[in-house]
Write a protein of this length. Structure first.
Length: 260
């Protein structure tokens, strides 16, 4: 019989890139990224995610340091997740921030948003070096991967602590009610991650699963059903769109209800 996977609450990390992008449209200090972080954390979000890009078109490098300081001083139980391509400059920024989790993504500097995961085996040397550097700094590392077992297993082989499933294709198919096959692929990739965990060193928690990209109140329940042990989701655009209607605190509460 197939193994029954116990459902567990999934943590919510709010991505503030969209807030920073709105701020940067004008030479103004608002909306404040730090104040928004306080709003969502006070409402119960488990953490904050930022993805600083080289041109600082949304999150600025100063935002990373400001958020790190606020979380360390006022929200010590919250998690700070910094995403980016593992260039030397990014790694230096991530390490200086003391982010609890660093999510490595294969973005080209000019991309408007992430649109694919790592081809892990083809980038093994780059990822090995980055992961070793971040581990030496005491930071957990997650790899942004497409929904396939090969890259999931390879992520474990290069030393990642977690994977983050790229859920953009799932979200697009969900909008057309054509997501059944993608849920099957998510289920298979999740099983590969669990098996990678079973093969990990004794005492290790194994390869833990996160997810992110275009997740919403509508499509999260089916994702949770397919991957009931999903540890964390990072949500930015969807929750910001909802917050324009209902406010960030209420939006956070509704996402937490879906993820519980």
């Amino acid at each position: 019989m197939p193994e029954t996977i116990a459902a567990t609450p999934t943590k919510l990390s709010v991505n503030l890139n969209a807030v920073a992008f709105l701020r940067n449209r004008r030479d103004m200090p608002w909306p404040s990224v730090v104040d928004t972080a306080r709003l969502v954390l006070d409402a119960g979000a488990h953490g904050i995610t930022v993805h600083p890009r080289p041109d600082q078109r949304h999150i600025r490098f100063t935002d990373v340091h400001d958020l790190a300081a606020v979380i360390a001083s006022d929200y010590p139980e919250a998690e700070f997740n910094v995403e980016g391509y593992p260039s030397r400059d990014f790694l230096d920024l991530a390490m200086a921030s003391k982010a609890h989790q660093v999510t490595l993504v294969p973005d080209d500097p000019g991309q408007s948003t992430s649109d694919h995961g790592w081809q892990v085996e083809q980038n093994q040397n780059l990822l090995n070096r980055a992961i070793e550097t971040l581990h030496a700094n005491g930071q957990r590392v997650s790899l942004f991967v497409d929904v396939n077992a090969a890259d999931v297993c390879a992520a474990g082989d290069v030393g990642a602590d977690r994977i983050e499933f790229y859920t953009g294709p799932y979200a697009a198919l969900f909008e057309r009610s054509e997501h059944g096959a993608e849920l099957g692929r998510l289920n298979d990739a999740a099983q590969a991650a669990r098996q990678a965990g079973h093969n990990a060193q004794p005492g290790s928690r194994g390869l833990i699963m996160n997810a992110g990209h275009d997740l919403t109140l509508s499509n999260l329940p089916a994702l949770k059903e397919a991957v009931p042990d999903l540890a964390e989701v990072s949500i930015g655009h969807g929750i910001t769109a909802d917050a324009l209607v209902m406010g960030f605190p209420e939006a956070v509460r509704r996402y937490l209800q879906v993820l519980s």
